[in-house]
Design a protein around this ligand. Structure first.
Ligand code: ADP
Length: 192
């Protein structure tokens, strides 16, 4: 069972690459952003609460996020591994994930962080905003806020797994295929 975190700032290409990797390595793709958006679309209590934070470029509180993730994972039948995309985004989330995995004698095997400069990220997200319909993709101030939240609260998660020798940086500039190959090279090392 592979437990793999695809990491990096908003707009770094995690969603695109996670979908390709999930297919190639037969992994279950968990995107907390997608889960929140689906809750919002269904107008559930959780979704409406999450929207208050998402639309402002803030993180949804850990309690809500961790609860939703646990609920999702416990309802899955047999899978051969996971890609976590957009989770964990804070140290408490990383600790909660570690505890959850420990209950079944597992642990994170690898964290790959896509590195993309801030100006390129803003360009990509504004471009995505033309078609994504996401309220957090259209406003440059909100996008910059999301990047700041990433730097302040999320980037430390890299160090959490680096201490265990599990974190690697990946150049996130290039074509989708070039970046995919870089990620596959690292995943192949742990899938051997
Ligand atoms: P991006 O990585 O492009 O910002 P996501 O789809 O991963 O997009 O997340 C969109 C929003 O959903 C985030 O800005 C945040 O408000 C919320 N969110 C997603 N994952 C988490 C998480 N693990 N913890 C807290 N909030 C989250």
């Amino acid at each position: 069972m592979i437990q793999f975190i695809l990491f990096g700032p908003p707009g770094s290409g995690k969603g695109t690459q996670a979908a390709k990797l999930a297919e190639k390595y037969d992994l279950y793709h968990i995107s907390t952003g997608d889960l929140f958006r689906s809750e919002t679309a269904n107008k559930t209590t959780l979704g409406l609460k999450a929207l208050e934070y998402m639309s402002q470029g803030q993180l949804v509180p850990d309690e809500i996020t961790i609860g939703m993730l646990k609920n999702k994972i416990s309802n899955l039948s047999e899978v051969s591994g996971f890609i976590y995309d957009g989770f964990p985004r804070t140290n408490p989330q990383a600790e909660a994930l570690d505890c959850l995995l420990q209950e079944s004698n597992q642990a994170i095997d690898l964290l790959l962080s896509l590195e993309v400069p801030e100006d390129e990220i803003v360009k990509r997200i504004l471009n995505r905003g033309k078609t994504s319909g996401r309220p957090d993709d259209n406003d440059e101030a909100i996008i910059r806020k999301r990047i700041q939240v990433y730097l302040d609260e999320t980037s430390i998660v890299f160090e959490h797994y680096a201490k265990l020798g599990k974190s690697r940086h990946i150049n996130g500039i290039g074509t989708i295929e070039e970046i995919f190959e870089r990620l596959c090279f690292e995943l192949d090392q742990i899938c051997k």
